[in-house]
Design a protein around this ligand. Sequence first.
Ligand SMILES: [Zn+2]
Length: 170
Amino acid sequence: MKIAKNSVVVMHYAVSDSEGTLIDSSYEDKPMAIIQGTGYLIPGLDNALIDHQVGDTFEVAVACADAYGERHDDYVQTVPREVLSGVEDLALGTQLRATTDEGEQTVIVIDVQDDVITVDGNHPLAGLDLSFDVEIIEVREATEEELAHGHVHEKSCCDTNKEESCCDKS
Ligand SMILES: [Zn+2]
């Protein structure tokens, strides 16, 4: 069957930036299982799956607007160190949850000085044009339960133990 909205898609992917540097890949691990159209994937990749089928391998170029968005310089903020005095192990790359005007947000520490800390609320991949190599492993209809939950249920965990499905553990 061809992939359409609400298809369960099991796929391998490798994603690189516009210079060809590998950012992430599922090939070292197990393939990713998603439901098309639920917004789990970035829009540019989600839409590119439509009409593909098992065995297809293809490349998808996704501009940053359809990936993780543009970088916003105003998401970078320098704050007095006292504000983060409760945080242990404050170092470059530390991820923090911060409350902002936009709600809860993950920010990454990008500079540490004696009296001030600079954090960046941009997604690490914001501003990057991405290229995906995709391989479609499996395509099937989503079950009603999967659609209700908005995610894929793996056979192994749901069949063997109905009382405690994979969803309950997360
Ligand atoms: Zn579920």
